[in-house]
Ligand binder design. Structure first.
Ligand code: ADP
Length: 491
């Protein structure tokens, strides 16, 4: 074992930092070195059951659901603790995620710690009660009061690509809204969750059972315990569309609320009046973090009138793209998370070749990196919009380039997808680009480099990219129930 990183190996259940009941642990692997960096508790069914019972009891019996000022105070304590421990976490994230260290100064860590304050402030933004005008029904005049209440126990199930950010994106609004939470992180990135558990234990007055973290190597089986339990009222999930469908089906047995943020295959439309040198010259940015992001623009749509020139610029960009050791701040691409993911991505590359796409750069494992789950930055052009690599989410450093004839054709190709998560449109004429953005059937669109991301921006998918929205007021409201009380009208 090399590269030892100080991290929390224990789960957080019912207010205690705890081992699994069986005592079992499993190894956390650094995807850049393929070596063990430490151990973490390996929960069984009984541990998950214990966490669910604690969360249920804390919701039903503690004042968490009703005492908004207390929640605010506790969540600010959590924020302060995470700020204090930021440098401890940074090393863990780079080691367990293989994330380029530069990303930890932004969305992988620091910006989400900052953004959690926006979610906590929602406690003061939400209209928790409001009155409707007097209404006559069956001859009786009534007043009506609408109350917003927490849903109950929320199961948060998260993936490994931006694990800490996605853990906070679910846990903070769910807790701020008054729910209790059981967080089950992905098996490959347990420390991004146990860190939050430890900080909650050491820095906050959060009552026992309100927040729980359960880590498991056999995470799908333990996740199924959470998504199938009658005591859990909602599942908030980010991950693949296939697993999202499974969670929804399982949740249906007990009619759970589900929030799903799923896959994407976002189109980046380059219009014929775009700055081609900037757009294609920067095209290798899709390889950032190994392309392991659901909202990355992995389908580039190039106008036929500028196609050859665009492909040449992209080729140069991909050939010059620096990648490798994630601890080197110059690398914006590190390894993929696991050997399984690397093989999946390489499989898609073989399918692309077999289906007739033209491979221009990359296409395999890098010769100069003999350790780590790396895949070369890979550029496919002349891609058929109906082919596998144009339709399925690859989740690797692979760009597919598709030629188009005119604006209508570009919109048609962009919308020819079962996904609908994100996209971008780039051209000098802002009105034209904006008009096209309005025709794209996705939950977010970036026009001319404008960033849609922010703690107050609703984010989520159309079609098979998900249900509901994360962030913003709509994101907070995902974690609320609505109750209407009828009262006699004041005389
Ligand atoms: P990937 O295939 O890339 O690992 P998934 O969408 O399967 O992505 O995983 C995202 C999260 O969902 C992880 O925390 C994983 O453990 C969890 N998960 C996987 N399968 C299930 C399942 N059947 N029920 C509940 N959670 C699951």
């Amino acid at each position: 074992m090399t590269d030892v990183v100080v991290a929390e190996s224990r789960m957080y259940i019912d207010g205690e930092l705890t081992e699994a009941i069986s005592g079992a642990t499993y190894a956390n692997i650094n995807p850049a070195t393929e070596e063990e960096i430490g151990q973490v508790s390996d929960a069984g069914v009984a541990d998950m059951e214990r966490a669910i019972a604690a969360a249920r009891r804390a919701f039903d019996e503690s004042g968490w659901a009703t005492d908004r000022e207390f929640r605010k105070r506790c969540l600010h304590q959590l924020h302060e603790g995470l700020v204090k421990e930021a440098e401890v976490l940074r090393a863990q994230i780079v080691a367990e995620v293989g994330s380029p260290i530069m990303l930890t100064y932004a969305v992988q860590q620091d910006s989400c710690i900052e953004d959690m304050v926006w979610d906590i402030d929602c406690i003061d933004r939400i209209e928790w009660e409001y009155d409707l005008p007097v209404h006559e029904f069956f001859g009786m005049k009534s007043a009506r009061r609408v109350l917003r209440e927490p849903i109950g126990v929320v199961g948060a199930i998260t993936p490994w690509n931006f694990p800490f950010m996605l853990n906070l994106s679910k846990v903070i609004p769910a807790l701020a809204a008054g729910n209790t939470v059981v967080l089950k992180p992905a098996p490959d990135t347990p420390w991004s969750a146990t860190h939050i558990g430890r900080v909650a234990a050491e820095y906050t007055d959060i009552p026992a059972g309100v927040f729980n973290v359960v880590t498991a190597g056999n995470a799908a089986a333990i996740g199924e315990v959470l998504s199938g339990d009658l005591r859990v009222d909602m599942i908030s999930f980010t991950g693949s569309t296939a697993t999202g469908k499974r969670i929804m089906a399982r949740g249906a047995e007990t009619l759970k609320r589900v929030f799903l943020e799923l896959g994407g295959k976002s189109a980046n439309i380059i219009l014929d009046d775009a700055d081609l040198a900037a757009q294609c010259g920067g095209g290798a940015m899709v390889c950032m973090h190994g392309g392991q992001g659901c909202a990355i623009g992995t389908r580039m749509l190039l106008p036929r009138s500028h196609y050859d020139e665009g492909v040449e610029l992209l080729k140069a960009a991909f050939e010059g793209w620096k990648y490798g050791d994630p601890t080197n701040p110059e690398n914006l691409q590190g390894p993929l998370i696991s050997a399984i993911q690397r093989e999946r991505v390489l499989g898609y590359i073989e399918t692309g070749k077999a289906e007739g796409a033209r491979l221009v750069v990359g296409g395999g494992r890098p010769a100069h990196l003999d350790k780590g789950y790396y895949v070369e930055p890979t550029l496919f052009v002349d891609v058929d919009p109906d082919s596998t690599i144009a339709q399925e989410e690859i989740f690797g450093p692979v760009l597919v380039v598709i030629p188009y004839d005119d604006d209508d054709d570009a919109v048609r190709i962009a919308n020819n997808s079962r996904y609908g998560l994100s996209g971008s449109v780039n051209g000098r004429d802002l009105d034209r680009a904006y008009g096209i953005a309005k025709r794209i059937r996705t939950g977010t669109v970036a026009v001319n480099g404008g960033q849609w991301f922010g703690p107050d921006s609703p984010f989520g998918g159309y079609k098979e990219s998900g249900l509901g929205r994360e962030h913003g007021i709509p994101g907070f409201e995902e974690y609320l129930e609505t109750k209407t009380i009828g009262l006699p009208a004041p005389s």
